[in-house]
Design a binder for this molecule. Structure first.
Ligand code: ADE
Length: 244
């Protein structure tokens, strides 16, 4: 997967991208991140990338010319693959969206700053807009790194365990069950007996029950419309009775 990132702050990226799994993915040629400084496509003496907002009210907006020039130069016109603007006005990023984006071989990410980008960029250059959540960051860079991270770990070969992404929280529509490691007893807190029993059928059942319980407690809206067995419905009714 190739990412072309367009930003005014390319230096923000390497510390995060060049560690751990993302570093391994790059070394294995599964991930290729190209950082492009939008400022390099300015043509004026002072390399200006932003300007005052039309209509008054204050605030600065990123100018269209260097953004169009940068993206068209690197990604082509028409672009080779989606051009994604990171903005709090975009569709909300979820595990499902990550899975959808992971099917592409190339993605261009445009990081906005200030009040945002000139509307003509949004209308005539960008093909998708994504928000990482209903809060406002100082720019799209962190959002771009979140997207790169979540998409990359879904690419075949990036995680050691090929089934790992299917086990994650959210991928089955549920939050994941709790995890424990050694020691079996820490202070007065023991690892649940079932996990030490070696009974894989019971462990599987316990994990499913815990995932449902956790989801019911923390994110009940995720359970709406989910297909569950009669037994699982009974468990859920049981949790409700425990609560009220
Ligand atoms: N830029 C500023 N806030 C953002 C958000 N929540 N998601 C994506 N890009 C952003």
């Amino acid at each position: 997967m190739r990412f072309d990132v367009f930003t005014l702050f390319p230096e923000m990226f390497p510390a995060y991208l060049n560690e751990s799994i993302l570093k391994r993915a790059q070394n294995a040629n599964l991930l290729d991140v190209h950082l492009h400084n939008i400022r390099d496509w300015t043509t004026d003496k002072h390399n200006v990338t932003d300007d005052e907002v039309y209509g008054g009210g204050g605030g600065m907006v990123m100018k269209p010319e260097p953004i169009f020039a940068a993206v068209e130069d690197v990604v082509g016109a028409p672009p080779d693959g989606p051009v994604i603007l990171l903005t709090p006005q975009g569709r909300v990023f979820t595990q499902e969206v990550a899975g959808e984006l992971a099917k592409h071989s190339r993605l261009a990410l445009l990081c906005g700053r200030y009040e945002g980008v000139d509307e003509r960029v949004r209308q005539h250059l960008v093909t998708d807009e994504i928000s990482v959540g209903d809060y406002v960051l100082t720019g799209g860079e962190l959002a771009a790194m979140i997207l790169i991270d979540a998409v990359t770990r879904l690419l075949p070969g990036v995680l050691g365990d090929p089934d790992a992404p299917q086990k994650d929280s959210h991928s089955a529509g549920l939050l994941e069950h709790p995890h424990y490691t050694r020691p079996p007893e820490f202070r007065v807190w023991e690892v649940p007996q079932v996990l030490r029993s070696g009974n894989h059928a019971e462990i599987k059942k316990w994990r499913r029950l815990q995932a449902l319980k956790r989801t019911a407690e923390r994110r009940p809206e995720l359970l709406e419309g989910m297909e569950l067995t009669d037994e699982e419905r009974e468990w859920l009714d049981g949790f409700h009775n425990d609560h009220h």
